[in-house]
Design a protein around this ligand. Sequence first.
Ligand SMILES: [Zn+2]
Length: 305
Amino acid sequence: MSRTTAKSSRRSFLASSLALTTTAWMPAGARASGSSTRLILLGTGGGPRPRKASSAAAQVIIVNDTAYVVDCGDGVARQLVMANVPLANIKSIFITHHHSDHNADYGNLILLAWTAGLNHRVDSWGPPPLQRMTRLFFEMNSYDIKVRMADEGRPSLVRLVHAHEVRSGGLVMQDQNVRVTAALVHHPPVSPAFGYRFDTAERSIVISGDTTPTKSLVDLARGADVLVHDALLEPAIDRMVARVPNAQSLKQSILSHHTSAEDAGRVAREAGVKMLVLSHLIPPDDPRVTAQMWADAVPVRVRVR
Ligand SMILES: [Zn+2]
């Protein structure tokens, strides 16, 4: 999609469906040139429970063949492989908050990318205690890491990885491809929790993380090309929690720190974003919930793909 044609078609909204587990939107021409900005949804399901139907919500933004991963739930390394993103191309990892559907495979992604050939510096950003988690993960896996260094001639993994803790909104990092800014979002009781905005030469992409509708995210997403926002479908929550026998206050918890599809539409409209992508869908795997139901829940014109 050239910049010109993108402008005319961007005033549209996209509701993600459960089937969109590996890819959602990509500018035409990006594949051919290898130099454009691409967004791939690695998973669109909300919650840490492993499922057949959808993977944990995660994204990768690719700019000039460099991969920026946002969130690392269960199976994120495999999802990247399924999306044809070489693990050795990972440069940066961003964690929105420390819930297991967003960080369970944070360390595993780095460890497995290293076995897949990663041999350059990797930086990670996320709320505290990201540095301690990184250190303890390497300690937990020190046997395997040491064996592979000695036996296979691998570089020191510990020296490749630099974890940075994000404590407030604002500029997170900037390199030759992208400028990343963060905003504190509202996800009680998990604090801090962040949404991230990626501005490249061609695109602006915002990932909400998990949040209730919040002004800080509206401000972060102002005028963005794409907003990936978490979404729930309240009428279907009761059926979902009935299937989970060990979490008495799960419904209350879900409703207290997520956004309905309807409100995600309002946030997108208020921020003036050009495309809304619903992700972190709750429920994530109810066969009675269709893509059209998600689309119908958003109170703006929606294009379903
Ligand atoms: Zn969460």
